[in-house]
Design a protein around this ligand. Structure first.
Ligand SMILES: Cc1cc2nc3c(=O)[nH]c(=O)nc-3n(C[C@H](O)[C@H](O)[C@H](O)COP(=O)(O)OP(=O)(O)OC[C@H]3O[C@@H](n4cnc5c(N)ncnc54)[C@H](O)[C@@H]3O)c2cc1C
Length: 528
């Protein structure tokens, strides 16, 4: 007998029939709905039902129900994304309960196939145990899923070297709007509904090719809008569009990723810098085959010295520190390449600190660690402005971009911390705001507008990490022009004409909707 759900008596009549046909579970209890009404963003949206699909047929039933009742369906991993992408007013499809198996590892072909709900940290640990690695995986204490990593086109400090996760995707399976599951891979001819999508997208890209060329951001990896920048025809184009699409075009069920044998030797070099020698140092690191570059500023160093003394080497009054990581299979070869790299640097050698293992660096290079420092500093009374934590500009523009950001934020009286996967021009701008202030919403908007106008000046990208979600979607027409937004809208309609897949993310959000759902957490104690 099928196990319905622990609280089936609380399932509203609307969902009763659905609950009888699916093999997984459905929960409409108030407490659970509240739990799924927030994610890592400052927004709160109450869904109507949480469904844990057990198989693709369940997803098909859910989509058919959603089309019939015009009910939004938002697919969710761990709900840690910071742009509100996993929030929705209808059904939340939680992939972590049943779509959580590592299906196949081929040591001959160097590929691994995983369900979309597999945790990134679990996969990284398993691969390590098997003697493999997947360089773009961001191992973090906070859980994230492989499906979400792909669907937000996540970047890491090694993106400039290894590309984002998108480039490691060999193939994937996706459930499209009518419930059909399709495999997308080189050499697989699209059929059924996917063929229809294919046939509506390619004429569109061809008709608008001049417009697309003109509005392409001048920067590296970027998840803003839909990835329409590769105008070649083929399955890779569809994979590109799905990467970073945040569950608005289809529901990714499995992903096959390339892996490489694990390099067990790592060296990390900490280099103090001024803005003037930043560009040259990045170039030298790249020439010397460094594979991960991360920048942090003086404010970050000060917080670190105060709250995590042992983690960071002490540098006196250095505006920036660049953390450079080299990896190799061979220890001696690694030592030699790092020594020759250090000799070529413009910085005096005794200021450079070098460590033969990267545990410290990995920790420092995570956004998670930054948030830990912020909460230690502010005792939860200030929160970071998540929407500006993922900007990207051309690497050669980085020094000027940083200068502009410092000039713009310096007069606000608020603390701003600059960090970033600088090898690919990614800069996370984290300004601390008081969520209990009457001016919170105003401050947040002002800050976003200030930063995004500088991004626009450099023709960069707004969403290099965590996607557009709710928070950045509003700024897409501002940055890329309304005609580019029209193309994004046509792409959305080609994949999801009933508009049930995660509506309001990427396109179609209004400032009044955001304002209505901005969630200010209650202070634990009354503020003095
Ligand atoms: C502390 C911290 C540090 C971070 N650091 C970085 C960083 O350095 N670089 C970076 O790029 N990102 C970073 N992120 C962002 C984070 O890695 C991504 O947002 C990640 O995707 C969140 O995973 P999740 O499983 O919690 O996703 P969720 O929040 O559950 O979902 C995120 C989005 O993915 C969609 N989605 C989820 N599963 C699927 C699926 N199967 N099919 C289609 N769409 C799906 C959701 O609808 C939603 O739009 C960080 C996040 C945190 C909390």
């Amino acid at each position: 007998m099928k196990m319905v759900f622990e609280t089936s008596s609380r399932i509203p009549p609307l969902f009763l029939d659905l609950s009888k046909v699916i093999a997984g579970e459905i929960n409409c209890g108030q407490e659970i709905l509240e739990q799924y009404s927030t994610d890592g963003s400052p927004y709160h949206i109450l869904p109507q039902a949480i469904i844990y699909p057990k198989n693709v047929t369940d997803i098909k039933h859910v989509l058919s129900f959603a089309r019939e009742y015009s009910m939004p369906v938002t697919v969710r991993g761990c709900g840690n994304g910071k742009q509100g992408g996993a929030l929705g007013e209808g059904i939340i499809l939680d992939m972590t309960r049943y779509f959580s198996t590592i299906r196949q590892l081929s040591m001959v072909d160097n590929i691994v196939t995983v369900d979309a709900g597999v945790s990134v940290s679990d996969l990284a640990d398993k691969l390590e145990g098997w003697g493999f690695e997947l360089p773009p995986l961001l191992k973090s204490e906070k859980k994230t899923t492989v499906g979400a990593l792909f669907s937000t086109r996540s970047v890491s400090p090694s993106t400039f070297f290894h590309g984002s996760i998108r480039e490691w995707v060999e193939s994937l399976t996706v459930v499209v709007d009518n419930g059909e599951e399709h495999k997308i891979a080189d050499g697989v001819t699209p059929s059924g509904r996917l063929l229809g999508i294919y046939q509506s997208i390619f004429p569109l890209l061809s008709d608008y090719s001049a417009q697309i060329r003109a509005s392409k951001p001048v920067c590296a990896e970027d998840a803003t809008g839909y990835s329409i920048w590769n105008t070649s025809i083929g399955p890779r184009q569809l994979i590109d569009q799905l990467s970073g699409s945040e569950g608005t075009l289809g529901i990714v069920t499995t992903i096959t990723l390339r892996i490489i044998p694990r390099r067990s030797h790592t060296e990390t070099t900490f280099i103090p810098l001024t803005g003037a020698n930043l560009r040259a140092t990045i170039d030298i690191a790249k020439e010397h085959k460094a594979e991960s570059l991360f920048l942090y500023d003086e404010t970050f160093q000060n917080l670190c010295e105060r709250y995590h003394k042992s983690l960071l080497p002490v540098f006196l009054e250095s505006p920036y520190i660049l953390v450079v990581t080299h990896k190799d299979y061979d220890k001696m070869r690694l030592r030699n390449s790092v020594s020759s790299f250090i000799q070529d640097l413009p910085t005096e050698e005794h200021f450079i600190k070098n460590y033969p293992n990267d545990e410290k660096a990995l920790r420092i290079m995570s956004q998670e660690f930054l948030h830990e420092l912020i909460s230690a500093y502010s005792k939860e009374s200030l929160i970071p402005s998540a929407s500006t934590e993922g900007t990207v500009v051309k690497v050669s523009d980085v020094p000027l971009y940083l200068e502009d950001i410092i000039n713009a934020t310096g007069s606000s009286g608020k603390i701003t911390i600059l960090t970033g996967a600088i090898g690919s021009g990614h800069v996370a701008i984290t300004t601390l705001l008081d969520p209990y202030s009457r001016l919170y919403e105003n401050d947040l908007l002002k800050h976003q507008e200030q930063i995004f106008s500088i991004v626009k000046k450099y023709k960069g990208g707004l969403s290099s990490s965590s996607g557009d979600g709710l928070t950045r979607a509003l700024y897409l027409p501002y940055c890329y022009g309304e005609s580019t937004e029209t193309i994004f809208t046509k792409i959305k309609h080609a994949w999801d004409p009933s508009l049930v897949l995660n509506p309001g993310k990427k396109i179609g959000v209004t400032s009044s909707y955001l304002s209505k759902h901005l969630h200010v957490p209650r202070p634990a104690t009354e503020k003095p």
